[in-house]
Design a binder for this molecule. Structure first.
Ligand SMILES: Nc1nc2c(c(=O)[nH]1)N[C@H]1C(S)=C(S)[C@@H](COP(=O)(O)OP(=O)(O)OC[C@H]3O[C@@H](n4cnc5c(=O)[nH]c(N)nc54)[C@H](O)[C@@H]3O)O[C@H]1N2
Ligand SMILES: Nc1nc2c(c(=O)[nH]1)N[C@H]1C(S)=C(S)[C@@H](COP(=O)(O)OP(=O)(O)OC[C@H]3O[C@@H](n4cnc5c(=O)[nH]c(N)nc54)[C@H](O)[C@@H]3O)O[C@H]1N2
Ligand SMILES: [Mo]
Length: 652
């Protein structure tokens, strides 16, 4: 069977190498590419679903139009759709200025050519764009406080670890490429430590599972640091040569009560000591941070304290050590292609509170164009976000399904899936860039977003400079976008489109003991000022962890896949206290809203924590973000979904 070499572009750190097997011009099977030098043919159970979704009968394949106030969609031609869109853009710019238009690009598209979307808006002179992130911004910015610039260890370097600490990360569910590393470390005699409030599938494989209180990781890491200092086991060599702020850090930690630290982290004291022990005695110890850790208002305190623990124990900059947290998925491309350096957006609205930002914007937002995102379901405080989307005079959505956001649009434009385009995809979980090759023709009238923007630019009379035209063949743009990387690798564009390439990134960052900070040194945190909880703990006794489910990715699943109420899991004693039993219906209530759920119990749950899968479809009752508050993390403009707390009410 003919097969096409491609790469998974879905919103996941793995960017697995894939083979798309075709029959009569249609993809019939997607499987891991055994020839990929890092991912070796492994891919997750969701991959067949990405194909099913692409071929799904409910995928929208034609431009659609809806009159405000009506729920009836009418099929229109591309020409009619683009004429209307261009006219709206022109009119709103003339009457209300470019700020009145919002460009909202979600995380569903992460390939090189997607940077051209931003170029369109720059050519237009800049409109309102986004700041901050729903995903990993808080983690990245927090890591930079300690090391200057975020650079993670190559995942293959984790195999050198004797202790692998998965801190707020659940790779068995969310990133299958890390799972074999766990097994290899174990086979080499190493140990796995998982720090996670929930009894995850990853934690089930750990030698030690530390069920920290949500958001309290800083206390745990500092308690471990205290154990290191008390045992006089700090790595004085690293501290003297490569770090700044150690004395102040030491004073700070010695000023905290060990009992209080343990109580705040809410872990058995032996576990903080065991963590310290492993970091010192069973080194090198690699700490791999997940995204769960970022989703708290003060995530930076935890991430700084974890870095301090690694540095204090001499694990920074050594093979099999370090603190790793994501990679630059847009790093390999020439960012100047976006045009944002020359023509920045007129203003930026904060993604973590996009509903409020739209509703309160001055001057107002009158129209938005959303591509590759589903903010009505995935952004926090869906109640407010949907009100904001519904307040717009004109909403255009480029996507695949009439999902929660698209249902509120006036114009829907069908986008291609990654099986239908030529492009390249980098990863936020490793150092490889992979080819995305067209495995089948676009279904129906679906078109890649950047081509739609070429047509819009023609209609608006922009991007016509013959020396620098906006409309160019994909290959030409890919050559421009990839130029810096190809130059560094001595590779050609044909190479990049034929096979995965490893980017010129280190296996072990900061190995020379120098850090890209102003002083060139690692920075110990010197202040620790935890703020109050974002929600009243008495009225809302459960921390709400709305984490990645195994079965689906964010809201990317076809609608029939969800039946019944979402399952909310708590400890059985808590359920009993509330008069609830397994399978009962209940109402989850937060300061932001409420959601009907079905109760599940698990004796491994912390009593103060509730688990609810994120994503799905809000319109089918699976809107975890009906409950989440639209807070902003103190560092990095991140979205602290997990700082929300809830109470449970018995139904009826
Ligand atoms: N199957 C599946 N895979 C996915 C996704 C999906 O939706 N489904 N989403 C993809 C995306 S967009 C991303 S960003 C990644 C995320 O990948 P991960 O970071 O691995 O996954 P999450 O479920 O977001 O969170 C990881 C863990 O953090 C824990 N956690 C929450 N709060 C805390 C805390 O305060 N301290 C500690 N120590 N742990 C905490 C949660 O209990 C959870 O088990 O996964 C990607 N992969
Ligand atoms: N409660 C709660 N909410 C969360 C989180 C959480 O932990 N808890 N995690 C957050 C995280 S980590 C993330 S990354 C965000 C994700 O938030 P979003 O990016 O808003 O959500 P997705 O469901 O991934 O939506 C991606 C959409 O892009 C579409 N798409 C895919 N490819 C293309 C393309 O080429 N072109 C176009 N036009 N569309 C395309 C898909 O069909 C899908 O509809 O959600 C966040 N929301
Ligand atoms: Mo994410």
């Amino acid at each position: 069977m003919p097969s096409v070499v491609t790469t998974c572009t879905r919103d996941c750190p793995c960017a697995c190498g894939l083979l798309a097997e075709t029959e009569n011009g249609r993809v019939v099977r997607l499987r891991g590419n055994p020839g990929h030098p890092l991912t070796h043919g492994l891919c997750c159970a969701k991959v067949p679903d990405f194909l099913r979704r692409s071929l799904h009968p409910e995928r929208q394949l034609h431009p659609l139009r809806r009159e405000p106030g009506s729920s009836v969609w009418t099929r229109v031609t591309w020409d009619a759709a683009l004429d209307e869109l261009a006219e709206r853009i022109g009119q709103i710019m003339d009457r209300s200025g470019p700020e009145a238009i919002l460009h909202y690009q979600g995380f569903g598209e992460r390939t090189a050519l997607k940077l051209l979307n931003m170029r369109f808006w720059s050519l237009l002179g800049g409109v309102s764009a986004l700041a901050g992130t729903l995903c990993g911004g808080a983690g990245q910015a927090s890591m930079e406080l300690s090391v200057g610039r975020r650079v993670s260890h190559d995942p293959e370097d984790h195999l050198n670890a004797r202790t692998l600490v998965l801190w707020g990360r659940n790779p068995v569910v969310t990133g299958v490429q890390l799972a074999p590393a766990m097994a290899r470390v174990r086979r080499n005699g190493g140990k796995i430590i998982v720090v996670d409030p929930l009894p995850t599938a990853t934690a089930a494989q750990a030698d030690l599972h530390i069920r920290v209180r949500p958001g309290a990781d800083a206390w745990l890491a500092l308690a471990a640091c205290r154990a290191v200092l008390d045992g006089k086991r700090e790595n004085l060599d690293f501290v003297a040569r490569s770090a700044e702020g150690f004395e102040a850090f030491r004073e700070m930690v010695l000023g905290l009560s060990p009992l209080e630290m343990i109580a705040m982290a809410d872990v058995p004291p032996g576990q903080a000591r065991a963590l310290a022990e492993a970091m010192c005695e069973n080194a090198p110890a690699a700490i791999v941070l997940g995204w769960g850790l970022h989703r708290h208002v003060q995530a930076h305190l935890s991430i700084q304290a974890i870095h301090a623990l690694s540095a204090l124990t001499g694990n920074m900059g050594v093979p099999g050590g370090g603190v790793s947290q994501g990679f630059e998925e847009y790093g390999p491309y020439d960012w100047s292609v976006t045009g944002e350096e020359v023509t920045p957006p007129r203003r930026r609205l904060l993604m973590p509170r996009i509903g409020r930002e739209i509703l309160e914007a001055s001057p107002p937002v009158r129209m938005a164009l959303v591509s590759a995102g589903n903010p009505a379901c995935m952004a926090p405080d869906s109640g407010r976000t949907t009100r904001a989307l519904e307040s717009l005079e004109f909403l255009c959505v480029m996507g695949h399904f009439l999902d929660d956001t698209a249902q509120r649009a006036h114009l829907f434009l069908p986008a291609t899936t990654f099986l239908e385009i030529d492009d390249v995809a980098a990863s936020f979980g490793h150092n490889w860039i992979g080819p995305v090759n067209k495995a089948m023709e676009p279904r129906g009238e679906a078109r890649p977003n950047h081509e739609v923007y070429f047509d819009l630019a023609d209609r608006l009379g922009i991007g016509r400079d013959p020396a620098d035209p906006f409309r160019r063949p994909d290959r030409d743009w890919l050559g421009v976008l990839l130029a810096p990387t190809l130059r560094a690798l001595g590779a050609t564009l044909d190479d990049a489109l034929a096979r995965p390439l490893r980017l010129p990134a280190p296996m072990v960052p900061y190995a020379d003991g120098r850090y890209p900070t102003p002083s060139g040194k690692f920075r110990f945190m010197t202040a620790f000022a935890p703020g109050p909880a974002a929600c009243d703990e008495q009225r809302y006794p459960f921390s709400l962890l709305t984490v990645s489910p195994k079965e689906w990715l964010c809201s990317e699943l076809p609608p029939p896949a969800l039946a019944g109420l979402p399952r909310l899991t708590i400890h059985p004693d808590e359920a009993a206290r509330l008069g609830l039993a397994e399978d009962d219906e209940a109402l989850a209530v937060s300061p932001a809203g409420s959601l009907a759920v079905r109760v599940a119990t698990d004796p491994r749950m912390r009593p103060d924590t509730a688990l609810l899968p994120r994503g799905g479809w809000d319109s089918l009752g699976h809107g975890a973000n009906r409950l989440t508050l639209d807070l902003v993390s103190e560092v990095g403009g991140g979205t602290p979904y997990y700082s929300t707390r809830i109470r449970l009410e018995k139904k009826g």
